[in-house]
Write a protein that binds this ligand. Structure first.
Ligand SMILES: Cc1cc2nc3c(=O)[nH]c(=O)nc-3n(C[C@H](O)[C@H](O)[C@H](O)COP(=O)(O)OP(=O)(O)OC[C@H]3O[C@@H](n4cnc5c(N)ncnc54)[C@H](O)[C@@H]3O)c2cc1C
Length: 369
């Protein structure tokens, strides 16, 4: 039986581990979760109304969102992990007609967007009583995923299937050898799903990777809204979004801090930024912003053109990274596509990305020194 190592246990690595055919491969997953994006994430799955012009990214994000019904069925994800809550987009009245037209157009190729409805200010407040009256667009197909709960479920299922987990930082000695602690182990294939750490991990093998880290912080409030589990997600007009989960838990996030890079400190500036931009949308701000809260901090991975990349780098290494701020949406599908490639040999991903060489280059000069 062939041996596979997955380095990185975020949303890609953990999904991949569960979809790999365990009759063909023995899988070992290495993960040191420091700064992990998946467990720090906000949870919004609603890519259809993005104004990004990158068509390959949009196809990937659309198909990633459309993949959720299969994901839910394959891994028994209950409401506490994923819920199709619907999404509200709060925008000034005059922008809503344009957004509605975009949504209707995109629905032709993405029926999973569900029903699209322009809401009056009062209807929006009825949908989400936290809010002041404000006009919005509602798409019923939008959802929210609890990244941490997803990983716990996927870990449990993968362990049952026979995946070995090693909670340690791993390095590469060469394209087939993983070093962890005092040990070295050789694998037939190694899949690197380490988010922004890919650059560091591949540097000793003389690969240059186009990636930068970005810090993200969000606030997790514990409120008295007992029915918060039924609330839709609200994408506010500005930096912050409201993502309600069950039992009164409501997330407010997230920051996008390029200069802070790898820093994982919780900062009062993030609290100020997120709460100040949200206050004007709330009916009774104190019912959210003055409740007990804690921070979540994680590091996203960005490429120069803000697009993800994934695929076979050489005979023994596969990679996936650069998911930016939409990786909960695209990550499970990327994990599935990589597993399908390992299981069947079919690489069904050309329509979703540029060539890998746009993001990773082998430096011959470095190698020959
Ligand atoms: C605050 C915040 C809010 C977000 N909100 C959303 C959202 O609402 N919707 C959405 O779609 N996306 C969102 N995202 C983006 C999304 O979370 C990420 O794009 C996605 O989780 C990236 O998944 P990944 O598997 O590539 O990386 P990660 O989740 O970062 O996983 C990589 C793992 O590899 C580990 N690792 C790294 N190096 C090594 C090593 N050498 N050895 C062992 N382990 C290693 C890391 O520590 C980590 O555990 C958000 C991100 C942040 C930070």
């Amino acid at each position: 039986m062939k041996k596979i190592a997955i380095i990185g246990g975020g949303i890609i690595g953990m999904t991949l581990a569960n979809y790999i055919d365990q009759k063909k491969y023995h899988v070992t997953l290495f993960d040191d979760p420091t700064g992990q994006a998946t467990s720090a994430s906000a949870g919004i799955i609603s890519p259809w109304l993005s104004k990004r012009r990158n068509k390959q990214w949009y196809r990937l994000a659309k198909d990633g969102a459309g993949f959720f019904p299969k994901l839910i069925q394959d891994f028994q994800l209950d409401d506490t992990i994923y819920r199709q809550s619907g999404t509200l987009l709060l925008r000034p009245e005059k922008q809503l007609a344009e957004l509605l037209a975009l949504a209707e157009e995109r629905k032709k190729n993405a029926p999973e967007i569900g029903t699209i409805k322009q809401l009056s200010a009062e209807q929006t407040q009825q949908e989400l009583p936290l809010l002041r009256p404000h006009p919005a667009l509602k798409v019923s197909g939008g959802g929210r995923l609890d990244g941490k709960a997803y990983l716990i479920q996927m870990h449990k299922l993968a362990e049952k299937k026979g995946v070995d987990f090693i909670s340690q930082r791993a390095q590469l000695a060469d394209t087939t050898t993983v070093i962890y602690g005092e040990k070295r182990e050789v694998f037939d294939q190694i899949i690197l799903t380490v988010g922004p750490h890919l650059k560091k991990l591949l540097a000793p093998l003389n690969y240059q990777v186009d990636l930068r880290p970005q810090k993200g912080q969000l606030l997790v409030f514990q409120t008295a809204f007992k029915n918060s589990g039924d609330f839709p997600v609200a994408m506010l007009d500005g930096e912050a979004d409201l993502i309600p989960f069950s039992a009164g838990k409501i997330l407010l996030g997230a920051t996008h801090e390029n200069e802070a890079a790898w820093d994982l400190k919780e900062t009062p500036e993030a609290f100020e930024q997120l709460t100040n931009s949200t206050r004007k949308f709330l009916a009774e701000p104190e019912r959210l912003l003055e409740q007990s809260f804690h921070y979540r901090v994680g590091t996203r991975a960005y490429t120069s053109d803000f697009a993800p990349f994934f695929g076979q780098l050489n005979d023994h290494l596969l990679v996936a990274s650069g998911l930016g701020s939409s990786g909960l949406t695209t990550g499970p599908y990327i994990g599935y596509l990589l597993a399908d490639y390992l299981n069947t040999g079919n690489a069904n991903w050309q329509e979703y990305q540029k060539e890998l060489s746009n993001y990773i280059q082998f430096e011959k000069t470095l190698a020959s020194n």
